[in-house]
Design a protein around this ligand. Structure first.
Ligand SMILES: C[S@@+](CC[C@H](N)C(=O)[O-])C[C@H]1O[C@@H](n2cnc3c(N)ncnc32)[C@H](O)[C@@H]1O
Length: 192
């Protein structure tokens, strides 16, 4: 799909979405690992649930997404909540974050494997990457069906090789699959 088509698709979704966006579970559960200050990025932010939480925690927060509608909604929500978020329309594949530029990067429900080297390099020393997205071995029919957008077993760990893993959750399909967090893998890694 071209960027124009992607933008049109996501703009249409966000235009009819009046929900307040939530931060992903990895960021909510492990928010106690966030530094007291620094520059954070919500990458492929959509309407910016992660960005709003990062700003609430006092971090200087940027959010980048291809969708102008998503970014406009995020910027409006931030203003309504008296938060400062620098939301920008940006193609993160052609224009990834610069090396050594962020203390915290959060990516939820977006998977472009080619981006990982730039993502890891964009962390400042001891910077944190929070990542959460769908896995192939998921019991429920939620999320994309295209396997290109689904993580294989342990793949998120492999993509983040070089980080110190501070938290990881990937439960697979063992045991009682009606319990637990089954559709996603989540990781918090620290740059060295
Ligand atoms: C499934 S949504 C996830 C949004 C948000 N992170 C969340 O968890 O709700 C995927 C997002 O990726 C964005 N996106 C896709 N390709 C992109 C690109 N090349 N550059 C920037 N954003 C992109 C879409 O506009 C969309 O907002």
């Amino acid at each position: 799909m071209s960027n124009d088509e992607l933008q049109t698709q996501w703009d249409a979704r966000y235009a009819k979405n009046s929900d307040i966006p939530q931060a992903c579970q990895a960021l909510r559960e492990f928010s106690h690992l966030l530094p007291a200050q620094g520059h954070a990025l919500d990458l492929a932010s959509g309407m910016g649930g992660n960005a709003l939480l990062l700003a609430k925690y006092g971090l200087t927060t940027s959010a980048w997404d291809l969708s102008p509608v998503g970014i406009e909604k995020l910027n409006n929500l931030a203003t309504q909540q008296s938060l400062i978020v620098d939301g920008q329309v940006r193609d993160i594949i052609n224009n990834p974050p610069a090396a050594n530029s962020f203390d915290v990067i959060v990516v939820s429900y977006f998977l472009e494997r080619q981006l990982f080297p730039a993502l890891l390099a964009a962390l400042k020393p001891s910077g944190l990457l929070f990542y959460e997205t769908f896995v192939r071995d998921k019991p429920q029919g939620v999320g994309p069906s295209n396997p290109d957008y689904l993580l294989e077993q342990n793949e998120l760990l492999a993509l983040c090789d070089g980080l110190v893993i501070r938290a990881y959750r990937e439960e697979g399909l063992i045991g009682d699959v009606s319990s637990g967090v089954r559709n996603v893998a989540m990781l918090v890694g620290e740059g060295v």
